[in-house]
Design a protein around this ligand. Structure first.
Ligand SMILES: [Zn+2]
Ligand SMILES: [Zn+2]
Length: 467
């Protein structure tokens, strides 16, 4: 059944839940030269890849049966419409088992012609712009070679759809294969500890807590989440890094994960649960706070309640240091990071953020002062790639360079937050890692420095922390 974009705003869409529909639109991705099986579809060509509509009624998350190539004339897709009202990522509509259909344009009338009136706004001008920013194939091949033998790492990721907790029967998204292809050795794969009690705001620009969890609720939730992570690891035969020796031996031919929790909410303020998760789930990295002011401390995106790190937070850091668990201060306030840096005896990480001269209220970005607190512990800061900040890998590399200017070459890395962002990403797949490396080299980093940025710095911090 054919539907149009305005239908998504009416009751008609809800009645079509589960029905096979077809719809025309444009594929949004950072790389128009690559076919994908997971992407956003929007109703009109956008002026740039950063312009994924914030309005959740103006976009559809598509899972295609086979990879589909973006087409600047638009595409016609068929698939099963799924209406969501509580998706963690803020999507309202999905098209599942999607397939490409022949375009229905009438002879002599094409979408491109229809758009000609606003030619500058059409995809014909958009496509070359996006592609021009990408390093060329020869540069990517050279960078790929320059990465050879390096331990590459992503400080923060939810790849594989590991956190799609509300739809446990949907298959995982391939993770091991793109890691191998893009020469990514280690991914810090994170469950989200406060998942049940947070959600996007109405305009989909922020994530906020929406209720107080019941006692034990987030602990129980985390057990299920870690179990799901284990299932992904088993299904895709990923390695699990549990020791410094394993970290040192990591290699992209044997892709591995480091088990991580985004938010220490499941601890419920009890440091001994670090040991329990260490034993039971191989937890080796914990981000103290996420989108809820929890028992461990304050966050960047809500009014402060604790003046930074709590005493429970201090105790958790000490437990992590003693046991060999990496402490991540992402999402924490500057006060939290300052106190964490005083307490820790091991280098900290701040897994996903980017530099801002003076970050606004409730911003997830950090100032030079904030970043330097982490760097001074010998730590590393992962740079976050939403296209709303960095439209492509070239801009992303520039963002890494900017943080290098603030904290030095030894303290910056990659923090993709893959499959955890509200919008599209400049690094949507690990197959794109060589393109990031090429963009770094195009910015003037030599091979040794590029290798630090794509994993060497994180390796140093991990070896200093892990037992
Ligand atoms: Zn985060
Ligand atoms: Zn995340």
């Amino acid at each position: 059944m054919r539907i149009d974009w305005p239908d998504l705003r009416t009751q008609r869409a809800a009645r079509l839940h589960g029905v096979t529909i077809d719809i025309e639109g444009w594929i949004v991705t950072d790389d128009l030269s690559e076919a994908r099986n997971h992407f956003a579809l929007i109703g009109e060509p956008s002026c740039c890849i950063a312009c994924l509509p914030r309005d959740p009624l103006a976009r559809i998350e598509v899972f295609a049966s086979t990879p589909i190539m973006p087409d600047s004339n638009g595409v016609r897709l068929t698939g099963r419409l799924v209406c969501l009202d509580d998706d963690e990522m803020g999507w309202r509509y999905q098209l599942r088992e999607a397939r490409l259909m022949p375009s229905p344009v009438a002879p002599g009338f094409t979408r491109r012609a229809a758009l000609a009136g606003g030619a500058l706004f059409g995809l014909s001008s958009w496509a070359p712009l996006a592609l021009a920013a990408d390093p060329d194939a020869a540069a990517i091949a050279a960078a790929r070679q320059a990465m050879d033998g390096a331990v590459t790492a992503d400080l923060h990721s939810h790849a594989g759809a590991v956190i799609r907790m509300r739809e446990p029967n949907l298959p995982f998204v391939p993770l091991a294969a793109p890691m191998r292809e893009g020469r990514m050795a280690v991914v810090c794969l994170a469950v989200v500890s406060d998942g049940p009690v947070i959600g996007p705001t109405d305009n989909n620009t922020r994530i906020r807590p929406n209720r107080t969890p019941a006692p034990g609720e987030l602990y129980s939730y985390a057990q299920i989440a870690f179990g799901r992570l284990q299932q992904l690891v088993r299904e895709q035969q990923l390695g699990v890094i549990t020791s410094a020796a394993a970290m040192r031996a990591a290699h992209p031919d044997r892709p591995s994960v480091l088990v991580t929790s985004e938010g220490g909410d499941f601890l419920e303020g009890r440091p001994e649960r670090v040991d329990e998760a260490y034993e039971k789930w191989n937890l080796r990295q914990i981000q103290l706070t996420h989108y809820r002011v929890n028992e461990l401390g304050d966050i960047q995106t809500e009014p402060t309640e604790h003046n930074g790190l709590t005493e429970a937070g201090v105790a958790v850091i000490r437990r992590c240091n003693a046991r060999g668990v990496i402490v991540d201060v992402a999402h924490g306030t500057t006060s939290l990071v300052r106190r964490a840096a005083e307490v820790t005896t091991k280098p900290l990480i701040l897994s996903h953020t980017s530099f801002a001269t003076s970050p606004g209220r409730f911003s997830r970005l950090v100032s030079a002062e904030h970043a330097r607190l982490v760097a001074r512990t010998g730590g590393v800061i992962g740079i976050w790639p939403p296209t709303s900040i960095f439209p492509d890998v070239t801009a992303y590399a520039a963002g890494m360079a900017r943080m290098v200017d603030a904290v030095g070459i030894d303290h910056v890395g990659i923090g993709s937050d893959m499959m955890g962002l509200l919008g599209p990403s400049a690094l949507p797949s690990y197959s794109r890692l060589p393109a990031v490396a090429a963009a770094l080299m195009a910015r003037g980093f030599n091979a040794a420095d590029m290798r630090k940025l794509v994993g060497g710095n994180y390796l140093r911090v991990a070896l200093a922390n892990l037992a």
